[in-house]
Design a protein around this ligand. Structure first.
Ligand SMILES: C[S@@+](CC[C@H](N)C(=O)[O-])C[C@H]1O[C@@H](n2cnc3c(N)ncnc32)[C@H](O)[C@@H]1O
Length: 435
């Protein structure tokens, strides 16, 4: 009996010892703050040229959505081949297949069922932004296998199975602070455990040419050690208004309740809503049903009688728009009868000192379309505008409903940030030579 008691005592002492060790390790982990990779101080990425434009970059994407990286390659005119891609959402597949070249057999739906071993050594660059799932492995953090059951694990598994030369893992900024930074430690260490030189940094898309506040962590892994530094911010040349469409379907205009909400002092004060902002608040995937976010004050002179009541709820246009008065030249143009998509009308309007909104589409019809009367209305951004504010050119085909498109745009990665990264690391260096 005494021996059994002794064994139990010894066993429980061992367990206590291991527990202490794990606790200590977790504490050490907390102390060791991971430092973000610095910004490059050399030639701006805007000026950099690709060294090997003839190489083909073999691309694999996970959680592919609408293919931000694929669109970045298209915009850069880089030679590439989509080796595999996939998304669990059938509507994403629709958008993806309408916009990119991929064989049906190289598309997967649920990443958990995707066996990537057959692509080993056949892919140069893997990109993916796993939906952020709260996961934490503190105290029990031992490595790759312990991340099982998370979508991050699936990303890491595909990297392990295919061994790309470079990968990019994109995620929300909050991932760095989740669970006091432990979650990020786990991810970082697992990538290192897989044999990659890991770099990471939070970048805001408004520092890379797109007027949207969107901060994301961009984590790169390199098979070969590198002194890679992140692309330096550039000056923002365009405002949100420059990305708007010039013909807007009436379905995008708010009704009384929405106007009240969007213009309420509280919501504007707290930056839940913004009207005619220069830089878009971060785009959300549920833009469709959400009155939070960005709205546009828009001209509409064809109001019906019932709209008059609705107008009571419109904020005082003079507060916001006073600085945009018609110049003589523009006034002449506008008052002459308007343009195809916008007819200036009533005599009465001509008597009013009319404020002019900042050009809706500077690049096309400077000033003309943006003629505003006091009977202006507020509308939300259209799916096309959301896409533009994610860096997608109008060549991107919209083949799904508004709801799906808002969701897919809001979920995507800002293409211009990807372009900056691709240039900075010179992705063609990792491409395959054509024989
Ligand atoms: C944050 S979004 C990434 C969007 C993408 N980076 C883009 O450029 O549009 C995450 C995507 O992961 C997809 N997803 C979620 N769970 C998945 C799973 N188990 N397998 C494959 N895709 C999944 C979602 O449908 C969503 O499109």
């Amino acid at each position: 009996m005494a021996t059994v008691e002794k064994e139990i005592r010894e066993e429980s002492e061992k367990i206590t010892k291991v527990k202490k060790l794990v606790k200590k390790r977790a504490e050490e982990l907390e102390d060791k703050a991971l430092v973000q990779t610095p910004i490059s101080e050399g030639t701006s990425w805007k000026e950099l040229q690709f060294q090997y434009p003839n190489r083909i970059v073999r691309l694999g994407t996970l959680f592919s959505g609408i293919g931000a990286i694929e669109h970045a390659f298209q915009r850069l005119g880089l030679k590439h081949e989509i080796v595999f891609a996939g998304d669990i959402e059938p509507n994403c597949k629709k958008s993806y297949f309408a916009n990119y070249q991929i064989k049906e057999e190289d598309w997967f739906s649920d990443i958990r069922d995707f066996d990537a071993r057959k692509y080993k050594g056949k892919v140069d660059f893997i990109v993916g932004g796993a939906p952020c799932q709260a996961f934490s492995m503190v105290g029990h953090r031992l490595g790759f296998e312990d991340a099982r059951g998370t979508l991050f694990y699936e990303f890491a598994r595909v990297v392990k199975e295919t061994q790309p030369k470079v990968f990019l893992f994109e995620n929300v900024r909050g991932l760095l602070n989740h669970d006091k930074g432990r979650t990020w430690h786990v991810i970082h260490d697992i990538f290192e455990e897989l044999g990659y030189d890991v770099k990471f940094r939070v970048l805001n898309s408004c520092d890379y040419g797109i007027p949207q506040h969107r901060e994301r962590v961009y984590c790169l892994g390199f098979k070969k050690k590198t002194d890679f530094k992140y692309p330096a911010p550039i000056e923002l040349e365009y405002k949100m208004y420059d990305f708007l469409e010039d013909y807007i379907d009436s379905k995008y205009f708010l009704k009384e309740k929405g106007v009240k909400f969007v213009t309420s002092h509280k919501n504007r004060e707290k930056s839940y809503t913004q009207i005619n902002g220069d830089i878009q608040l971060c785009q959300k995937r549920n833009q469709q049903f959400n009155w939070h976010g960005d709205f546009v004050y828009h001209p509409d002179s064809e109001l019906t009688l019932s709209d008059e009541a609705f107008d009571e709820f419109i904020f005082d246009v003079r507060d916001v728009e006073e600085k945009y008065y018609l110049s003589d030249k523009v006034a002449k143009y506008v008052l002459a009868g308007g343009t195809k998509s916008f007819k200036t009308s009533t005599e009465t309007d001509l008597d009013i000192a009319r404020p002019l909104l900042q050009s809706m589409h500077k690049m096309h019809r400077a000033g003309v379309d943006n003629y505003v009367t006091h009977k202006g209305r507020i509308r939300k951004l259209t799916p096309r505008e959301c896409l533009r504010l994610m860096g997608f050119k109008d060549s991107f085909k919209i083949v799904v409903s508004d709801t799906a498109m808002y969701q897919q745009a809001g979920n995507s990665i800002v293409v211009d940030v990807l372009i900056a990264i691709l240039k900075q690391l010179d992705i063609t260096k990792y491409g395959a030579s054509v024989s």
